[in-house]
Write a protein that binds this ligand. Structure first.
Ligand SMILES: [Cu+2]
Length: 128
């Protein structure tokens, strides 16, 4: 009886481990250009351990934008977040390049953006 219980507990443990591992999203280290990117304004950004390059980017109001974001930091994840313009988190793993489509809001002005993991890493979008 004890053996059966041990076996059941072991199987349960393995199933939970497999289920949790299977729930992890697959990280594509060099994401392809997404469908529908034709005519998009390409915005290339690079995270280093201490900054985002460039730290000022001008975007056409209402434009379709293709973000190409590299993380050349070998240690840390970085993300790009700009709450004021509705840009939800784009997470970039060390050594990863992500390519994401986004539609800029139809407004003008300067808006802050940055990495919420490293609050000192900031940049600015100018919409015109
Ligand atoms: Cu960061």
């Amino acid at each position: 009886m004890r053996t059966v219980l041990t076996a059941i507990a072991l199987i349960g443990f393995v199933l939970i481990a497999v289920a949790c591992g299977g729930g992890q999203p697959q990280v594509v280290m060099d994401e392809p250009v997404p469908a529908g990117a034709e005519g998009a304004q390409v915005v290339e950004l690079n995270f280093t351990p201490v900054e985002i390059q460039p730290d000022k980017v001008t975007i056409k109001s209402g434009a379709k934008v293709l973000y190409v974001i590299k993380n050349t930091d070998k240690q840390d994840d970085h993300n790009l977040v700009a709450a004021d313009i509705g840009l939800k988190e784009i997470l970039v793993k060390p050594g990863q390049t992500v390519r994401r489509l986004w539609t800029a809001p139809s407004k003008t002005g300067e808006f802050p953006a940055g990495c919420t993991i490293h609050p000192e890493i900031r940049m600015k979008f100018t919409f015109q």
